[in-house]
Design a protein around this ligand. Structure first.
Ligand code: GN1
Ligand code: MG
Length: 369
């Protein structure tokens, strides 16, 4: 655990006016430790301090280069459009040695951002306006990065959205069965197998051949968009997995968290319902920004991403459960299994509605032709 003494030590290595006596854990991330730190001055700015999970993000130098590359690119675009750079782009603070992270004496890596005040983020979306604005935010994000050539970003976590690799990791976990949990997840493994073949779209050579690789966000949970006090899109956050990918991955991960009427880890599966008006609103917001650059093959792949991302997420949660919960933070024993079950339920519902959803995308796309 942190105490204000080591928070004070860490923030002293950044050029900032953070008050180490005034901090608290912040947000609902599953990987890093995030703290909100107030400024010593009443007028701010306040800060976010993050301890990077170094076991998962093994190359912090390269990760930071990626983030710098992306934020400076976004800043230039926002400036061109006359926007407010500090409000619309997550900005890293330099440490006193000029790097954008600091490594403490125990080997932990830390970074700091300016805190964006008067903003909101939602774990569960409440209104079509929020969903529409989220769609606009992620669409605009992709559009602004569309001129970074493929192959230039560091692959922060290799094969991050490669379902074959994810299924392989699951098989490895099953083979080890280090915690004796496999026997109790037979029903979940049946679901994995039932859908596995239909989830290979992005691995098939004929699709790989026509889908452009772009710079994508890769963690487009809805709570990674900050909305302003009027629920308008303000800033896309959590840029550590920005790297090459397919647009459908970002679309799918956003829909995974938007269309679900309840939380990612809902225990009562009957509460997991699809909120179609929110889907439609996200599609409208997203295509408003993205229709200008998307190729037909990409438009046709969006629904494949919608099915894949919750499935892959379920496979990842289940794998971590079998491995003894070493990757995602858990709040209680069995949390990863509960998350996996909720995501499988979502896959089932999405699968049953995929045709209607595809039609919504195509109809909206038609209005741009
Ligand atoms: C992790 O830490 P957080 O909540 O931003 C994970 C995402 C998952 C998400 C599931 C680096 O993101 O891939 O979709 O949990 N990030 C990493 O909620 O694995
Ligand atoms: Mg993240």
């Amino acid at each position: 655990m942190q105490n204000s003494k080591n928070i004070a030590e860490v923030v002293s290595h950044f050029n900032c006016t953070a008050n180490p006596e005034s901090y608290k854990p912040y947000g609902s991330g599953h990987i890093n430790d995030t703290f909100f730190v107030k400024s010593t001055s009443a007028s701010g700015p306040d800060y976010l301090l993050q301890r990077i999970n170094h076991r998962i993000f093994t190359n912090v130098e390269k990760l930071t280069e990626n983030m710098q590359r992306v934020t400076s690119h976004l800043q230039a675009k926002v400036k061109q459009e006359g926007g407010d750079v500090l409000k619309e782009v997550m900005t890293l603070l330099p440490a006193t040695d000029g790097k954008f992270f600091y490594q403490d004496s125990e080997g932990s890596y830390w970074r700091m951002f300016y805190f964006l005040g008067d903003t909101k983020s939602y774990d569960v979306v409440e209104t079509p306006k929020q969903a529409y604005e989220g769609g606009k935010a992620f669409g605009r994000f992709q559009a602004m990065l569309a001129d970074i050539p493929a192959g230039e970003m560091f692959e922060v976590i290799p094969n991050f959205h490669n379902i074959q690799k994810r299924l392989q990791h699951l098989q490895d976990a099953i083979a080890k069965d280090a915690f004796g949990r496999v026997a109790s997840v037979a029903a979940e493994l049946d679901i994995v197998n039932k859908y596995a073949a239909s989830m290979q779209y992005f691995q098939q050579p004929e699709n790989v051949a026509v889908l452009p690789i772009r710079v994508t966000h890769n963690d487009t949970k809805f709570n990674n968009v900050l909305l302003n006090s009027d629920d308008e899109a303000q800033c896309v956050i959590d840029l550590e997995t920005v790297m090459d990918g397919y647009v459908a991955y970002d679309f799918g991960d956003a829909i995974r968290t938007i269309i679900n009427t309840t939380t990612e880890d809902e225990a009562d599966l009957s509460k997991i319902q699809l909120n179609m008006p929110l889907f439609e609103a996200y599609v409208k917001g997203y295509l408003k920004e993205a229709s200008q650059f998307l190729m037909d093959a990409e438009v046709n792949s969006l629904m494949k991403g919608v099915l894949l991302l919750p499935y892959m997420q379920a496979v990842r949660f289940l794998t971590d459960h079998i491995n003894g919960d070493t990757y995602f933070k858990i709040k209680f024993e069995g949390h990863n299994l509960q998350r996996a079950r909720a995501q499988f339920q979502l896959v089932k519902m999405l699968d049953a509605n995929a045709g209607a959803m595809q039609q919504i995308i195509l109809n909206e796309m038609d209005s741009y032709k």
